[in-house]
Ligand binder design. Sequence first.
Ligand code: ATP
Length: 650
Amino acid sequence: MTTETADPPSHRENSSSDGEPLIGIDNLATPDWALAGQRVLSAGWWQAVRSLPVAVAVVVRLAWRTAPWLTALAAGVHVVSGGVTAFGLLATANVFAALLSEGPTPARVLDSFPALMVVVASYAARAGLDSAVAAVEGTLRPRVAMAADNEVTTALVGVRLLAFEDADFRELARKGERFGVRSIESSVSSIADLLASLVALAAAVVTAAVLDPWLAPTLLLAAVADGWAAAKVAKLRYRHFLRVVTRDLRKAVIEEAATSRTLALERHALTLQQPLLGEYRRIAASLVRDEVRLAHRSTLVRLVGRAAAGVGTGAAYLVLGFLLYTGQLPLALAGTAALAMRTSATALSNTMNAINFLYEDSFYIDIYLRLLGEARRRRQSRSAITAPASPRRIRLEGVSFTYPGQDKPVLENVTITLHRGEIVALVGENGSGKSTLAKILTGLYPPTEGTVFWDDTDLATADPASIHSRIAVIAQDPARWPMTAYRNITVGRLDRRDPAHRAWHAAVSQSGADEVLAALPDGADTLLSRHFNTAQDLSGGQWQRLGIARGLYRDAPVLVADEPTAALDAKAEARVFQALGNAATHGEDRITVMITHRLANVRTADRILVLDQGRLVEHGTHEQLLAGTGPYRELYRIQAGAYQAGNAGA
Ligand SMILES: Nc1ncnc2c1ncn2[C@@H]1O[C@H](COP(=O)(O)OP(=O)(O)OP(=O)(O)O)[C@@H](O)[C@H]1O
């Protein structure tokens, strides 16, 4: 069917493909969560800084929940370590004070001896504490990372199916998992360093302030300049990260297309390697250009920060010189003052470093929190109402459905009733909404409008897990579980008791999976996976047979078979349709929904529903529809005609 909208974009009519983005367009929309991050950055200093305590709280909460004693120990060890550092350096100052005091040199050296002992002891303690810090941190860090990973994986496992149809959410999940967990892990060290350097800083600043109240504030000047520069760079880097989110995704998509196994065959057959590589390089080059620009701007900001910090340090030493010159500070205390200044400068710089690492990580922890929030919002609901164990009737009333992020509904105002014991076939052109309708009547997707009833239970009020436990879905492209062939089938219902393997044998013979198993080197015990070299992979049709066996083994009261035989040979196909028919006619306890384009298989269905562009346009038995003038008759005649022509030509 050719429509106006199916024409190629007119602006490209005469253009060559050179320089055109391979994906087709260059301006993909920035995801909402990245826009929200940009808004926070633009909202001003306070908004951006607020993320810092939140991030610290997240890390401390995770650490405390995973290992409370270890967390307390880590805090204690770092506080003591910071204290010992400050104490050691100040003891060094006492050595100078003793050496620079008045009196004969041997006596001064002897006087400095106790302070010297303290210095030696503090260095020894520091060495011991360093080892303790490394041991405690090395034990705590992986645990916190694991806890963060566990939290986010648990949240993602719990979201409802429809969330995975939202590309923005999928990208948030990818970034939140990757960057969020990594940032939480590195923040453990930053928080610990911050604690230690704050203790050392407090000791040094107090000492400097005791010597003269002017010394401490001048020292802070240098730190503020350094801090400003680092915070600015962190913001620049995060802004860059958000700005390139979609380009980064495009690069990942092209990278996947250029290297994945799934596309390997067509990549080679269409000789697409070079165009893909070209596109990959084009996006990568634009990312590198942005990265270089970011590096230059960061260097400039750091240079300004360093210069200001140098001025601050210079001012502090000027104050010291002034105090000595005017005699407000005795010369004997000059060494102490200089060391206190040096100590506090080091502690300040460590504090600033820790804060800045934390500050940068806090942005990614914010993404992690957004992901947890979104996952919570999209969590599969729970309800005390359970779906009927074996519904007698499924009724859809005025059901419409629009995919997330789309404007146009793909189903519109569908009203139908399916009965137990019936085989109902869904028929229609590609994209007419058959698979979507099947997902809605099985409660996998909630309708955007309208209601789905199983008997008298509105599925919107029922517990989703209870609904899903009553359905079996045989997909056109069934999941290829990285498990043995046996498990690939019994995973359909892990809790099924089948001591004599009767159900297993029935499922494998009805689906034709028995022939697949017989050809495997270790039969049902053969590991099927593309991930391990020692494992075995199957052809599309063989996988489909296992998928059918899995669906039959599940033995659910509502069965949806979505193009179950598209990849099967004619003999296997006939066997499957006979099995589906038998299950429904003998059991009388199942609602079977069958989606297929092969209308020859549809004839035996009790009812046929015909969809066209999301609307139910016809329904009835094969004979009724064939007697009418609707699209079914036309579709059937085209297919039957093709066979007849084939027979005539043979
Ligand atoms: N994840 C999705 N996001 C957005 N639109 C989708 C998504 N999946 C399907 N669609 C759209 O919904 C419409 C119905 O798709 P559906 O898969 O239900 O059709 P179908 O009748 O089963 O098609 P087919 O015969 O080709 O399997 C199509 O127009 C398709 O473009």
